[in-house]
Every structure is written in structure tokens, then in C-alpha cells.
Design a protein around this ligand. Structure first.
Ligand SMILES: Nc1ncnc2c1ncn2[C@@H]1O[C@H](COP(=O)(O)OP(=O)(O)O)[C@@H](O)[C@H]1O
Ligand SMILES: Cc1ncc(C[n+]2csc(CCOP(=O)(O)OP(=O)(O)O)c2C)c(N)n1
Ligand SMILES: [Mg+2]
Ligand SMILES: [Mg+2]
Ligand SMILES: [Mg+2]
Length: 326
């Protein structure tokens, strides 16, 4: 295994190329430049081996997931991604080959998402690997999307499809079986590699009233939105967008509906739109080639409450709305 500074110089420094403020990763910190009229949005999420990803997940996918979950938070704020910092506590199983593949994953996503590595920290740990990534992006001053500005009566939309990643994890951990190899590959792929909605987020500025990304679970994150906005939310389960693979799983086992609604790892955007502006949503969906589906609305109800309605309009009880670490 190469040494700490050789690792930084040979693997990480090339990822900083093109960012003058990164000093080739040979300084104590980095500079971030913003244009006039821009604010920076900063976010950090950690990932722990065995908690957020499986120990045998490919290292390039682990790196990409680490970057993408953070880009999802930037998108949730309406920010365009710019750069990131990477802190790794590497466990005993990590070797050069794993790290080379990890860095290759980052290099590929840097190209896809237009971000550059600006710095980080490298340590070892006797425990499982812990990875942390801090991403920053830019938003026009004063216009970022927030969680606290949803108002009763507004319509609630979600991007993409919900439940795929949770079902993918169920497949990978042997709790779910599916006939179709293509469906299995699709769902496992959705668990391993989120697709942060980095084009949708900035496009929502001026259209959406409030929003966040769905990481813990659709119901739980709707609850976070409702709590911060001091409203209630109603979700029509029949309207929740499902992939063909998730639909196949639900057809075979209808009880998986709760898993779909609360399993998390979706990294889709959930946002409110005033009814008067709703006509613009299908046009945006068409422009982005991304489904944007109306799944419910904000209501004047007890702060933070989420009512999940079945196809007949009856409330469902789901237990936990999503993932919590404690
Ligand atoms: N250890 C911490 N120190 C400071 N702020 C934190 C910490 N953990 C979470 N937060 C903040 O709490 C809020 C909710 O966090 P989280 O649920 O992780 O959001 P998200 O699901 O968007 O990543 C965020 O504003 C986050 O920055
Ligand atoms: C091996 C494994 N087990 C369980 C999960 C499910 N899971 C773990 S953390 C999490 C929620 C999202 O992670 P969190 O650290 O809460 O990120 P944040 O909400 O801060 O974006 C979920 C659904 C997983 N992704 N991988
Ligand atoms: Mg977080
Ligand atoms: Mg978030
Ligand atoms: Mg969470």
C-alpha cells in the first residue's frame, strides 16, 4: 500500500487539476471563487461501510455514491455543483487496487457533474471504512430552495421513481427475489448509484415553493418538509411513481408498498408548486426527460403530519416513515 503523501500526490492531486484554488492539493486549504450575485451552498454527508453501502460494493460505485448523495443535497437547494472536499478513514481491508478504483469513480463523476476535488483528509481506522464528502455549489443570491416555505394548498411533486434503491438493497441482502435479471440489475443499480437531480434543482428556482431530497424515505422526508413548513402533507400512494421493476416486485408482494414509501436511498427531489404555476411542471419534465409526478398536496393540518392515502382515499398506517440512525 502506497504511503499517505504518495497516495495524495498520485491519486487525489490529478482530481484537483483545473481548480486554481486547490493549489494542486499542496496547501493547507483551498480557495473558492464565486461570481457576483452568487451565494455558495455547502453540504456534507458521511457514508459508513455496512451502514450506507455494502462491503463488497465496487469501489468506483462507492465513490460515486458518496459524491452523488451530496450533489443531491445541492440540487435540493437549487444549487449548481462546483467542487468538493473528501475525508476518508480507511479500514483494514482497503488496498491500492480498491483506492485506484475509488478514484476512477470520482474521476468519471467529476466529468459528468462538472465538479473538482479541492482538498480533503486521509486517515486509517481499525474499524469499518468511513467516508465523508463536503460539496459546495452556487445559487443566485437569495433564491435558494428551502424546506420551510411550503404553504397549504400547494401541490407536491416528486422526481423519478420511488422505492427502487430500497428494493435493490432487499435483493442484494436476500430478502427479495425477482424473476427478471434485468429488473434485479436495475434495482441493485439504483441502490448502488443514485442519480442526483442536478439539472432539476436549479430549474426549480422560481417554480417550486419549497423542496428537499428524499434520502431517509418518502414519508419521513415529506414529514421533514411538513415540519419545517408548519403544515401537513397528504400523499396519494396510487400516484407515487414506480419503475417497471418496482411494480413487478409490488405485484408479486403487495406488502412491499410500505418498504417503497419508507425505505429511502431514493435521492429524488420532493417539492411544492403553487397550483397556479403547476402547468409549467410537465413542460419542465419534458425538457429534462425526467418524470415529475404529482403525488399529493400540503394541507392546513397539525405541523409535520403526513397522511398517506390508499387508492380508495383511506389513510394507511406505516409505522416508521423512514431511516433514522438512532
Ligand atoms: N453533526 C452535525 N453538525 C451540524 N449540523 C448537522 C449535523 N448533523 C446534521 N446536521 C444538520 O441537520 C440538518 C439535517 O441533516 P440531515 O438529516 O443529514 O439532512 P440531509 O438528509 O439533507 O442530509 C442539516 O441542515 C444538517 O446540516
Ligand atoms: C448496507 C445498507 N443498509 C441500510 C441502508 C439504508 N440506509 C442507510 S442510511 C439511509 C438514509 C440516508 O442516509 P443518511 O446518513 O441519513 O443520509 P442523509 O439523510 O443525511 O442524506 C438508508 C436508507 C443502506 N443504504 N445500506
Ligand atoms: Mg445529511
Ligand atoms: Mg437532503
Ligand atoms: Mg438521513
Amino acid at each position: 500500500m502506497r504511503g499517505e503523501f504518495e497516495l495524495i500526490a498520485s491519486l487525489y492531486a490529478p482530481l484537483s487539476a483545473g481548480a486554481p484554488g486547490a493549489f494542486g492539493l499542496r496547501n493547507d486549504g483551498a480557495l473558492i471563487e464565486l461570481a457576483a450575485g452568487e451565494q455558495s451552498v455547502v453540504t456534507v454527508d458521511a457514508m459508513v461501510e455496512g451502514v450506507h453501502y455494502l462491503p463488497d460494493d465496487p469501489a468506483d460505485a462507492v465513490a460515486q455514491k458518496l459524491l452523488r448523495v451530496n450533489l443531491s443535497d445541492l440540487a435540493a437547494m437549487g444549487a449548481e455543483p462546483r467542487g468538493y472536499l473528501l475525508a476518508t478513514c480507511l479500514g483494514p481491508t482497503i488496498d491500492d487496487a480498491w483506492l485506484e478504483r475509488f478514484v476512477a469513480g470520482l474521476a468519471a463523476d467529476q466529468k459528468s457533474y462538472g465538479v473538482t476535488l479541492l482538498g480533503g483528509d486521509t486517515t486509517r481506522t481499525p474499524g469499518p471504512t468511513c467516508l465523508s464528502l463536503t460539496a459546495f455549489g452556487a445559487v443566485p443570491t437569495g433564491r435558494c430552495l428551502e424546506r420551510s416555505t411550503l404553504r397549504p394548498g400547494e401541490l407536491l411533486y416528486v422526481s423519478g421513481t420511488i422505492g427502487d434503491a430500497a428494493l435493490g438493497l432487499d435483493l442484494l441482502q436476500g430478502r427479495l427475489e425477482l424473476e427478471s435479471e434485468a429488473d434485479r440489475a436495475f434495482l441493485a443499480g439504483r441502490y448502488r448509484l443514485p442519480r442526483p437531480r442536478t439539472l432539476l434543482g436549479p430549474a426549480l428556482l422560481g417554480l417550486a415553493s419549497a423542496g428537499l431530497d428524499v434520502s431517509d424515505g418518502l414519508v419521513a422526508d415529506a414529514g421533514h418538509l411538513a415540519e419545517e413548513s408548519r403544515v401537513g402533507i397528504e400523499i396519494e400512494t396510487a400516484a407515487v411513481p414506480l419503475s417497471a421493476a418496482a411494480r413487478a416486485a409490488l405485484d408479486a408482494r403487495p406488502e412491499l408498498l410500505a418498504r417503497v414509501l419508507t425505505g429511502g436511498d431514493d435521492y429524488e427531489l420532493l417539492f411544492g408548486v403553487a397550483e397556479a404555476r403547476a402547468a409549467a411542471v410537465p413542460a419542465l419534465a419534458a425538457r429534462l426527460g425526467l418524470p415529475l409526478t404529482r403525488i399529493g398536496r400540503a394541507v392546513a393540518a397539525e405541523r409535520g403530519t403526513v397522511r398517506v392515502l390508499d387508492a380508495e382515499g383511506r389513510p394507511l398506517t406505516l409505522g416508521r416513515g423512514g431511516w433514522t440512525h438512532f
